[in-house]
Write a protein that binds this ligand. Structure first.
Ligand SMILES: *[C@@H]1O[C@H](CO)[C@@H](O)[C@H](O)[C@H]1NC(C)=O
Ligand SMILES: *[C@@H]1O[C@H](CO)[C@@H](O)[C@H](O)[C@H]1NC(C)=O
Ligand SMILES: *[C@@H]1O[C@H](CO)[C@@H](O)[C@H](O)[C@H]1NC(C)=O
Length: 438
């Protein structure tokens, strides 16, 4: 079935936004530490949509089809024994859907890297890479490039090969990725430039070989909370603070932004505490205390929402999962209340099991996520997706996949679009404010 978002208001916004843009809407931004974030298949992205004739909603369904693997991945991480290895770049299942411009080396080489809040390390395909398809970083033309030795602590952080009994060597590591993919990388360092900021000696994986089809074509930038992440490696530069606004998947010319550092962040923003899980230091856990459908507070057993570092249960905010996933009993309760209030005949479509005729849409209730100290009433476009034929609107959320014994709820990027999400790791809180960044 041919599908697309039906977001006429966004089209209007996009047109008016486009008229305010300067000559080249894809040109690099702007002020210091303010980076464009664009959907991986957006107009300004170098990547071609996998199916150019396909609608955006189909593309989203395609992307969301990787969510079960990512959920499984996130769940496996939280179930792992505590370890001193906070980074797992190659184990990410979903490639994520938003990229940011970054430059590596001196002079800088432009790469469009996927931004991923649930991972720490960065990695980039390098010249000579076997199996890589896209733009490659050429270390031999960078005057600041160096590989890192197997003896450095960072090599332990990436589970690199240990040093031979005699002598030393560069730090090689191999990671699985996407279930069907893996890569081999040399732990390296070079200058990472974001906006006008240059971070010297940034440790990243220089990818030498890939197998499989799920590797992000120009690498990945980890924005997680652990020791190899951008916040950790940039020292005091960003004071432990960043925010992003993700434009709609459908956005065309314009882009959202990744803002690094405390300057220019919204002042009056509602916040909720970030919770720390020492067993999984990369993840941004929040305290989801309830969900409302319309005015009805959905009955959810508190233990299903409770944060437990040992089991990994609780709720995270993630930029790499496409649609929000709740553990099955929570999803069922939300869906049942939603159906009660819409009272239409329902059908299924892909991952979505609550689709109905859009003529019922005006009675579709708003969904509110209640976080500790912060209520997020979802805009309609973050709640429903529509068929272009006009025949269906679907509740754009889903249960954790059947084969995943998940205890984790994941607030995903479809539900974060056109919001500014502020991550303040120093004050340990997350802020959310409405912002149209289409
Ligand atoms: C750098 O490496 C590339 C590919 O490995 C090679 O084609 C190129 O000639 C090298 N350039 C220099 C300046 O060594
Ligand atoms: C990574 O290691 C696995 C298992 O040893 C191997 O099958 C795979 O080919 C390796 N990947 C790369 C890209 O070398
Ligand atoms: C989550 O918020 C509730 C309600 O404010 C509170 O009782 C609970 O202790 C919080 N949980 C954590 C882990 O902070």
């Amino acid at each position: 079935m041919e599908l697309s978002f039906f977001l006429a208001t966004f089209l209007l916004i996009s047109l008016s936004t486009a008229s305010h843009l300067s000559f080249d809407p894809c040109s690099s931004s702007k002020s210091n530490s303010d980076l464009s974030v664009i959907p991986i298949y957006g107009k300004c992205s170098p990547f071609n949509s996998p199916k150019p004739s396909s609608s955006w909603a189909n593309t989203i369904l395609d992307m969301a089809s990787n969510d079960p693997k990512r959920l499984s991945y996130l769940s496996s991480l939280v179930a792992q024994k505590p370890t001193s290895v906070p980074i797992a770049p190659g184990q990410v299942i979903n490639i994520g859907n938003y990229v940011v411009r970054a430059k590596i080396g001196t002079p800088g080489q432009l790469m469009f890297m996927v931004v991923d809040t649930s991972n720490d390390a960065a990695w980039i395909p390098c010249a000579g890479c076997t199996g890589c398809s896209s733009t490659l970083f050429a270390p031999n033309t960078s005057s600041t490039y160096g590989s890192l030795d197997c003896s450095v602590p960072e090599c332990t952080h990436v589970s690199g090969l240990s040093c031979p009994a005699i002598g030393s060597g560069s730090c090689l590591f191999n990671r699985s990725y996407g279930g069907d993919s893996s890569f081999l990388a040399t732990l390296s360092r070079d200058t990472l430039s974001l906006g006008n900021d240059a971070i010297p000696n940034y440790a990243f994986g220089c990818v030498n070989a890939i197998s499989g089809k799920s590797i992000p074509p120009q690498g990945l930038l980890g924005l997680g909370r652990g020791s190899m992440s951008l916040l950790s490696q940039s020292g005091s530069l960003y004071s432990g603070v960043f925010s992003y606004c993700l434009p709609s998947f459908k956005s065309y010319y314009f882009s959202g932004s990744l803002k690094l550092g405390p300057l220019g962040q919204p002042k009056n923003i509602k916040t909720t505490p970030l919770l720390k899980n020492p067993h999984r230091p990369s993840l941004y856990y929040v305290n989801l205390t309830g969900v409302s459908v319309g005015r009805v507070s959905v009955p959810i057993a508190p233990e299903l929402l409770a944060f437990d570092p040992n089991t990994g249960s609780g709720t995270i905010i993630d930029s790499g999962t496409v649609i929000t996933r709740f553990v099955q009993p929570i999803y069922n309760a939300i869906r049942d209340e939603f159906k009660k209030q819409v009272t239409a005949p329902f059908s299924s479509l892909g991952a979505f099991d609550t689709c109905f005729a859009p003529t019922n849409e005006q009675v579709a209730p708003a969904i509110t996520f209640h976080f500790q100290g912060l209520d997020l009433k979802l805009p309609t476009e973050n709640t429903l997706i529509h068929s272009s034929s006009g025949s269906l609107a679907c509740l754009a959320m889903a249960p954790a996949p059947n084969n995943v014994n998940s205890v984790l709820n994941v607030i995903a990027n479809l539900q974060q679009q056109n919001l500014r999400i502020l991550f303040d790791t120093v004050n340990s809180h997350l802020g959310i404010a409405r912002e149209l960044c289409n």
